[in-house]
Ligand binder design. Structure first.
Ligand code: NDP
Length: 296
């Protein structure tokens, strides 16, 4: 068997198209333009690339992008003051503080200073609690993108056995909550899990969010399972730097029923879902109907 390759790049382009259409209708019908503020502290090269890409795609979707670049030695008080201004600004519907922050800044404190209604990353403690209790929330972008791809492939996920490898607050835990919300039977595995291979082999849906290159081999994949590989790992191969996931793609593709590649799987969905969340936040702020299929 060779798995269906789930094309995250094409899927993300479709999501961005849906967002752009909805934004155009908001502008024409209500004179409202969604706005996303991205705050970058310091000069981390990877963060600069992400922020640039977010800004570009925000504008391409017809939304306003507000970039705030602060020096690496910005004080917590200054950053909190900026967040306060963005919270109060009616033109800003989404606020994202690019992580990681420099060490002298308390990320939890900063994230929890964002108005939960504008917390398009879904990391605010209120949104974590709302998601955990099955209430309307802002959902973290990467797990939301994974859920969209799974729903698109399977329709209903009810009753499926899902295994999430990784228990981080930004991927593993919210992913597990979303799968539970869609009535999967969910197992969360981590570095202390005993016989991880055995656990993975039970999964109809296997989500890998670990950060270890190709650690999940094909013989851990139940025949016909759907494999979502969140991992992004840079390794040297044949004298070149290449991106690989947490799953050994070449062996897993032979066992799985469907699989996301790296690159071109989950990665492109993350920014697409950020745009979707900004649109959702804008609709909620204005008491308008939320776009269909773009939220959990
Ligand atoms: P974290 O480092 O925060 O979490 C990794 C998790 O993997 C931890 O829960 C850890 O367990 C678990 N783990 C580590 N080693 C093992 C092991 N040997 N066996 C089983 N579990 C293990 O990572 P993130 O969740 O932030 O990211 C995971 C991956 O996803 C990374 O490659 C990251 O680059 C990628 N990523 C991709 C995104 C995208 O847009 N596609 C967005 C965000 C992340 P424990 O808790 O016990 O330590």
């Amino acid at each position: 068997m060779t798995a269906k390759i789930i094309d995250g790049k094409a899927f993300a382009a479709r999501v961005r198209g849906q967002v752009a259409e909805h934004v155009a209708r908001l502008k024409a019908g209500h004179g409202i333009t969604p706005g996303l503020a991205v705050v970058l502290v310091g000069e981390d090269p990877a963060s600069q690339v992400y922020v640039r890409s977010k800004g570009k795609q925000t504008v391409e979707a017809g939304m306003n992008s507000y970039e705030h670049k602060l020096d690496a030695d910005t004080s917590e008080a200054e950053l909190l003051a900026l967040i306060g201004r963005l919270n109060a600004d009616p033109a800003v519907h989404g606020i994202l503080v690019q992580l990681p922050l420099p060490k002298h800044l308390d990320s939890d404190l900063v994230i929890n200073a964002i108005d939960p209604a504008k917390d398009v990353d879904g990391f605010h403690i209120s949104n974590v609690g709302l998601l955990g209790t099955g209430q309307k929330s802002m959902v973290p972008c990467t797990p939301l993108g994974c859920l969209m791809m799974l729903r698109d492939h399977h329709g209903s996920l009810a009753g499926m056995d899902a295994v999430v490898v990784g228990r981080s607050n930004i991927v593993g835990k919210p992913m597990a909550q979303l799968l539970l919300g869609d009535s999967c039977t969910v197992t969360i595995a981590h570095s202390r899990t005993k016989d991880l291979g055995e656990v993975c082999r039970r999964a109809d849906i296997l989500v890998a969010a670990v950060g270890r290159p190709e650690m999940i081999p094909g013989d851990w994949v139940k025949p016909g399972a759907t494999v979502i590989d969140v991992g992004i790992n840079r390794i040297e191969r044949d004298g070149k730097t290449v991106l690989v996931g947490d799953v050994d793609f070449d062996s897993a593709v032979k066992a799985a029923g469907a699989i996301t590649p790296v690159p071109g799987g989950v990665g492109p969905m993350t920014i697409a879902c950020l745009l979707a969340n900004t649109l959702t936040a804008c609709c909620r702020a204005n008491g308008l109907m939320e776009p269909e299929g773009l939220t959990a």
